[in-house]
Ligand binder design. Structure first.
Ligand SMILES: NC(=O)c1ccc[n+]([C@@H]2O[C@H](COP(=O)([O-])OP(=O)(O)OC[C@H]3O[C@@H](n4cnc5c(N)ncnc54)[C@H](O)[C@@H]3O)[C@@H](O)[C@H]2O)c1
Length: 264
């Protein structure tokens, strides 16, 4: 294996970052998209929600993204992932895919004994299998170009067995994401492809049953040791580091971003 150089890693800045879950107006995918746009990165925005993708693309262009392509995707469906990524690859003006940021996901607050097998499976199908479908689809191109970053948004729930608005199925689905990308980090070692999971909690989005306001917001803040909720921009800046020129010396790691809710 020949020694890789910092210049090899810097090529990543010119390649397309694929972000799933970018349609949700106050969501993590949107925050990551806008942050990477401000860093001047070409973007491919994917989601189930096509209307939301239109406004996401407008906002990303306005924030500075040099090129933005959108595609509808259901990440639970492997054929849909293939169709969406093929559209991205065929888009005129979109550089090759350099990074995947798998943000699309669902919460599941159902107690264990009320959980049906179908609901459990749906949670894993979207959160875990969805990340597998995406990573499986983008990896060959990354290996060919000798460079790529595969990131997924996990959750504190993976380590804590659940969270503010989630129980065992969600915890299992996010633990699966961590195991998946740790395994992939080992298999891709030395190829120029790296992986990472960001495990957030208490980021101010609508996933926890709608906008956090009033007494409900106060309860969330009171449970967060740093004394406030996290922002999607803070998470976006961590992603910007990981998918940037200096993010290539970390692989297989989980980055906690939870305001001290869980230390370690
Ligand atoms: N907000 C938090 O505090 C927090 C904490 C831990 C983990 N997370 C994780 O962060 C990710 C984003 O959460 P968010 O808070 O932005 O939620 P959100 O509900 O605002 O956004 C989720 C997005 O995923 C999309 N999506 C859902 N299912 C899809 C599918 N099958 N195919 C394609 N797109 C699909 C939705 O349309 C939506 O745009 C999720 O994976 C979530 O589990 C969030």
């Amino acid at each position: 294996m020949s020694e890789r150089s910092a210049a090899d890693e810097a090529r990543i800045e010119r390649l397309t970052c694929v972000i799933t879950g970018a349609a949700s107006e106050r969501g993590i995918g949107r925050g990551v998209a806008l942050t990477l746009a401000r860093h001047g990165r070409p973007l491919a925005l994917l989601d189930l929600d096509e209307d939301g993708l239109v406004t996401a693309a407008e906002a990303a262009r306005a924030a500075g993204a040099p090129h933005v392509v959108t595609a509808r995707v259901d990440i639970a469906d492997e054929a849909s992932v293939d169709t969406a990524l093929t559209a991205v690859e065929q888009d005129e003006g979109a550089p090759a895919v350099g990074a995947l940021v798998s943000c699309a996901g669902i919460a599941n607050p159902t107690p264990f004994l009320e959980m049906t097998s179908a609901a459990f499976e749906r949670t894993l199908r979207i959160n875990t299998l969805g990340t597998f479908h995406l990573a499986r689809r983008v990896l060959p191109g990354m290996l060919d170009q000798g460079l790529g970053r595969i990131l997924a948004i996990g959750s504190t729930a993976a380590q804590d067995g659940g969270g503010n608005y989630s129980t065992s199925a969600y915890a299992a689905s996010k633990a699966g994401v961590e195991g998946l990308l740790r395994g992939l980090a080992k298999e891709t070692a030395g190829t120029g492809v790296t992986t990472a999971v960001i495990a957030p909690a208490n980021i101010d989005t609508d996933i926890m049953g709608g906008r956090l306001e009033g007494e409900r917001r106060e309860q969330f803040v009171a449970r967060t040791p740093v004394g406030r909720l996290g922002t999607t921009e803070e998470l976006g800046e961590l992603v910007a580091y990981l998918v940037g020129a200096h993010g290539g010396f970390t692989t297989g790691a989980t980055y906690n971003l939870n305001g001290g809710l869980r230390v370690g």
